[in-house]
Write a protein that binds this ligand. Structure first.
Ligand SMILES: C[S@@+](CC[C@H](N)C(=O)[O-])C[C@H]1O[C@@H](n2cnc3c(N)ncnc32)[C@H](O)[C@@H]1O
Length: 231
């Protein structure tokens, strides 16, 4: 069992319409990730080429597109906000997605039972910024979570992130560049200033652009670490 981990985000928003309630009752069970799974690869019977995790998929726009564009891969999405889960289930239904599974809760409740190097990558698009210093322990990128992500992502795999929030952009970069396990794949400012072609847009990205905030796009590679770099 996990120690108690407080989750500070929203679990519910506007009252759900009947169609959304029906999706949660009838469709979610076939996509659900059970608690404390030993190996996420076992959720997919068709031997996917690669396995990715999206943390905080919101309404599921990004997750639905990457899953549709890459039927050869498998994707697990985590999102405690039920309205978002029901929005994503609409994509699952309309696109008949077979290569996704959903953990409708805080991802930290899952990860400790997952084996080392079980993922090809993690996506975290527009994480909650928690800009106040007194809330900084709520940020998804912190030392503990980064240690977990580096344990789970295969060497050569990726941690992809985007953010429109000045404070979040800085803490994402400073925390991750401080980790010996990740290299920032960047050659010029274009790499973080322009949305990469294969990164589908999200609801928060559209909202940020509409309100005049410029997103930054970060692609980090999980690298192997010489023991001498760890001391
Ligand atoms: C600002 S929203 C962005 C949603 C979406 N990625 C987008 O770009 O539209 C951040 C999301 O992360 C989710 N989240 C925060 N902490 C999480 C956690 N520990 N596990 C899973 N989801 C989390 C929140 O519920 C929220 O929906």
């Amino acid at each position: 069992m996990e120690a108690f981990l407080p989750f500070y985000g929203r679990r519910k928003g506007r009252p759900l319409r009947d169609t959304s309630k029906r999706l949660l009752e009838e469709l979610l069970p076939s996509y659900l990730v059970p608690p404390n799974i030993a190996d996420p690869a076992e959720l997919f019977k068709d031997n996917p080429r690669k396995l990715y995790l999206e943390i905080g998929f919101g309404g599921g726009e990004h997750l639905a597109k990457v899953a549709k564009n890459h039927p050869e891969n498998a994707y697990i999405g985590a999102e405690p906000f039920l309205n978002g889960v029901s929005s994503f289930l609409k994509y699952c239904q309309n696109e008949e997605l077979k290569n996704v599974r959903i953990w409708p809760d805080d991802i930290r409740l899952q990860l400790s039972s997952w084996p080392n190097e079980c993922l090809n990558g993690i996506f975290i698009m527009f994480p909650d910024p928690w800009p106040k210093i007194r809330h900084s322990n709520r940020r998804i990128i912190n030392k503990d979570n980064l240690a977990t992500f580096s344990r789970l992502i295969k060497v050569g795999g990726s941690l992809r992130m985007a953010s429109d929030h000045a404070c979040a952009k800085n803490w994402i970069l400073s925390e991750i560049l401080d980790s010996p396990y990740f290299d920032w794949l960047v050659e010029s400012s274009v790499d973080w200033n322009e949305q990469p072609k294969d990164w589908p847009e999200t609801r928060y990205m559209r909202k940020a652009q509409k309100e005049g905030r410029r997103p930054a796009w970060f692609n980090f590679k999980r690298v192997s670490v010489e023991p001498s770099r760890l001391v």
